[in-house]
Write a protein that binds this ligand. Structure first.
Ligand code: C6P
Length: 429
């Protein structure tokens, strides 16, 4: 692939210029010194976007502006800065609600991220509505964040966890979807996109079946919402969890979307300031939703940064991002085959830009270290999805994950580096 150009046939399909977009991300210009005396300078190739994405100048500047011109606590102060901070914080909620197609900003609870959003549902919904003997339906491809909260709750309330299995190609076995629901099933909690296989699950169809059985659905959207258009009303899910840092926003901010009826019915999660209406020494009443679930001073700057990220992504267009990442992922899948002896985990027809692979019998940690010597950042490990690794019978995978600022030339650098590694390991490969 020639330098700084998309293949001609991609250009009309993409709708934005990934090379220009890269200028917005200061960190993408980072270089590393390599060689015995540091004489080689290698540019960063960042392919660990499923772990966290890089931040554009617009988001970084929004954080600086907030702290320089609007920093105050929200919903408390009767002064101009307090109004400014509150307005920015609530504007972020409105923007995020629009971005994911929520019916109202009252359905958006700010959290630290996906993990906290799921724990919130397990605690505030699960403790209230589940009884011993009830069942929670999950899938075998869940991230620990959508497994451990349910294990903890199951232990506390004597619940049973059941699992929709995945097949060899990394897709869920859904031909018999109806059969997974029993009269005791009370919740389905499922990932929208697997952070190991890249599989995009057909959430809309799954939710429809779950609702026929009167089962609400929680969707783990950590890997979907940054990469494709998501409309929670179209999905008709009851809960949807997301993380700001995986969509160009700051760390420590994310959200739970929940249908208003659930937020009204649930008890609070954490207790403290902001979530109360009236307090006596022995009792209290709760604030309106969503504040009922936001105890203590929230991550105001994080929310402001997330709003800037939402603006940024909306400007490029989520359809454009999804289309481009599809082309880039397809290209990467093809090019990885040229290395030889590469096993790819996850062959779903509907997939996002996450590629888990094994090269010969080289341990993924060695692969990641070798690539790092060439400035290429991938993730190696179990990706917080140990049950997937157990079922595959491997300790870990190497994983390259893309975002809209990655280029086909970066895919080429990954492939060239893997070929070099193959030569280095020789027969051991
Ligand atoms: N996956 C990865 O490298 P938090 O940490 O709360 O922002 O997101 C947790 C989470 C939940 N669900 C899915 C599907 C995820 O991929 C993640 C985060 C990262 O794959 C870090 S382990």
């Amino acid at each position: 692939m020639s330098e700084a150009h998309l293949p001609e046939k991609w250009e009309s399909a993409v709708g934005f210029d990934p090379y220009r977009v890269r200028d917005d991300f200061p960190i993408l210009k980072e270089t590393f010194r390599r060689g015995k005396r540091g004489e080689l300078i290698v540019p960063l190739v960042y392919l660990d976007n499923a772990a966290t994405t890089q931040k554009p100048r617009q988001v970084i500047q929004a954080l600086v502006d907030y702290y320089e011109h609007a920093n105050a606590n929200v919903h408390r102060a009767i002064h101009t800065l307090g109004d400014r901070a509150t307005e920015l914080y609530e504007e972020s909620r409105r923007k995020l609600a629009r971005f994911i197609g929520a019916a109202s900003e009252r359905e958006i609870v700010f959290t630290r991220g996906t993990t906290e959003a799921i724990n919130l549902v397990a605690a505030a919904w699960g403790r209230k509505f589940l009884k011993p003997g009830d069942e929670i339906l999950l899938t075998e491809m869940e991230h620990h964040s959508n497994l451990i909260p349910w294990q903890l709750l199951a232990k506390e309330k004597q619940l049973t966890l059941r699992f929709i299995p995945f097949a060899e190609d990394g897709t869920l076995v859904l031909d018999n979807l109806e059969d997974y629901f029993t009269p005791r099933t009370r919740l389905l909690a499922i990932t929208h996109m697997s952070n190991v296989f890249g599989t995009i699950n057909p959430i809309q169809q799954i939710v429809a079946v779950a609702h026929q059985h009167d089962v609400p659905v929680l969707v783990d959207g950590a890997q979907s919402v940054p990469h494709m258009p998501v409309n929670v009303q179209e999905l008709d899910c009851d809960f949807f969890a997301l993380s700001g840092h995986k969509m160009c926003g700051p760390t420590g901010i994310g959200a739970l979307y929940a249908k208003e009826k659930w937020l009204e019915a649930m008890d609070p999660y954490h207790g403290g300031g902001e979530m109360i209406r009236s307090v006596w020494l022995d009792r209290a009443t709760w604030n309106d939703i969503p504040y009922k679930f936001e105890a203590g001073t929230p991550n105001i700057a994080g929310a402001v940064g997330l709003a800037a990220a939402v603006d940024y992504l909306s400007h490029i267009g989520m359809e454009n991002i999804a289309r481009y990442e599809k082309l880039l992922t397809q290209y990467a899948l093809e090019q990885l085959q040229t290395v030889g002896n590469v096993r790819i985990f996850g062959q779903a027809p509907e997939r996002g830009g996450v590629i888990s692979f094994y090269v010969g019998n080289i341990h993924p940690h060695d692969v990641a270290q070798f690539l790092d010597a060439d400035g290429i950042a991938i993730r190696a490990g179990h990706h917080c999805a140990q049950p997937i690794m157990r079922k595959l019978g491997i300790p870990a995978t190497s994983r390259a994950s893309f975002y809209f600022y990655n280029t086909p030339q970066e895919v080429d650098r990954l492939v060239q580096s893997l070929i070099k590694m193959k030569e280095f390991f020789g027969d051991g490969f």
